[in-house]
Design a protein around this ligand. Structure first.
Ligand code: GLA
Length: 388
């Protein structure tokens, strides 16, 4: 049974009602990692891995949520809404809370959700849930919020109810995704353009290390503060600087290199990544996938040695890619500390590469490597239930 059907049937069974259903995708990011909260560019795209969220209104103030994939229920009230002791309901409660904070009058809701985005694998299942929730509430309460407002709402929910001080990339990509396109997003202005990516020459393939990254317990928030520390130091001397997008290599050398080597490394990675992304966009325009791949390898090097957010499994998979002539580029993707690597592979050779990497990974780490082709898809939208 499809995930969509499972979610809809469960909703009908539990609530004897017809829901409104929203589909919200996960995302990849080709290049531009940890640049979003530093006000640089990112190059993500939504993918055909989705969260399905079925919603209906209630006559009272209760929030009744069922996670079909876990078979787990959570019920609370909108009156005195607080975060849950377990993690998963907070992605939904956080969005409700943001709307409450903005003075939106809500009534209770029934929600059933499920999907096929691997959890904690760096494909942003969490943003898919917050975006599905924000999109669904916008529909059922007819709030008239724009996609960018929904993205910010979803991001705020993650900050406040989950505790991850994430940037805007994941939410933006989930909501704005477009089939066969990447999104070049300027995180400083939120201006964006769609970049076509439907080459017959190369395929984007994700290798899932199976190492669950847990951003909260991880050093994600620390990295963000370390970057902020760098900005604060530079600002004392260069008042025009607002964020790392305004910072040059010379400033890093002058104000951080000797006095604060750790902060220097973090900021250097980000400033270099911002430059890399711009060059990568040029490579894409010229269909120069070899050059683009080379930059992905450089990104991984920076994430591993300067930003220090990689792990041995990601490093192993990238090292494999470096040594395989059919893989043009590879790097760890997302927040870090596990999850997936993103690989740019010659289209006719994807099966050969997978056949080679799987046994090697198994041999090294004693576990199966999961592989997902990344198919670029449209963003968050309503589902048509006629045939479900
Ligand atoms: C996570 C965050 C994003 C972004 C990436 C790293 O996915 O949610 O905002 O910072 O890590 O690029």
């Amino acid at each position: 049974m499809s995930k969509l059907k499972k979610v809809v049937e469960k909703f009908r069974e539990l609530h004897k009602d017809e829901p409104l259903v929203v589909r919200s995708p996960g995302r990849i990011n080709l290049i531009g990692e940890h640049t979003d909260y530093n006000m640089g560019y990112v190059l993500p795209g939504a993918i055909e891995k989705n969260v399905f969220l079925a919603i209906g209104l209630r006559p009272d103030m209760d929030v009744n949520i069922f996670a079909a994939d876990y078979g787990d229920h959570y019920v609370t009230s909108l009156d005195g809404l607080t975060s849950a002791w377990k993690l998963w309901p907070n992605y939904i409660l956080g969005v409700l809370n943001e709307l409450k904070k903005r003075g939106v009058l809500l009534c209770g809701v029934n929600i059933v959700l499920g999907g096929d985005i691997p959890l904690a694998a760096g494909m942003s299942s969490s943003a898919a849930v917050t975006c599905a929730t924000a999109f669904a509430l916008n529909e059922v309460f007819d709030l008239g919020l724009s996609k960018i407002e929904l993205a910010k709402l979803a991001q705020a929910a993650e900050h406040d109810f989950v505790g991850v001080k994430c940037g805007l990339m994941d939410q933006f990509a989930s909501l704005h995704g477009k089939k066969d396109h990447l999104i070049k997003l300027n995180c400083k202005t939120n201006e964006f353009e769609y970049i076509p990516f439907n080459s017959s020459e190369v395929s984007i393939v994700l290798f899932d290390t199976g190492v669950k990254h847990h951003l909260i317990s991880s050093a994600y928030n620390d990295r963000r503060s370390e970057c902020q520390r760098g900005i604060d130091i530079i600002k004392q001397n260069e008042p025009a600087v607002k964020d790392l997008a305004d910072v040059t290599d010379e400033m890093l050398d002058k104000y951080l290199k000797l006095s604060n080597p750790l902060v220097y490394n973090r900021c250097l990675y980000v400033v270099e990544e911002m430059t890399r992304l711009k060059s990568a966009c040029g490579d894409l325009e010229r269909n120069n996938y070899a050059a683009l791949g080379g930059r992905m390898f450089e990104t991984h090097h920076g994430l591993k040695h300067l930003y220090e957010v990689s792990c041995k499994e990601c490093d192993f998979l990238v090292d494999f890619a470096v040594g395989n002539s059919y893989v043009m580029g590879a790097r760890m993707m997302g927040g870090g500390f596990g999850g997936c690597t993103i690989n740019l592979i010659s289209s006719g050779r994807v099966d050969d590469v997978i056949a080679e990497v799987r046994p090697r990974y198994k041999n090294e780490f004693g576990k199966e490597l999961k592989v997902y082709p990344a198919v670029l898809s449209d963003g968050t939208r309503l589902e048509n239930l006629i045939s479900v």
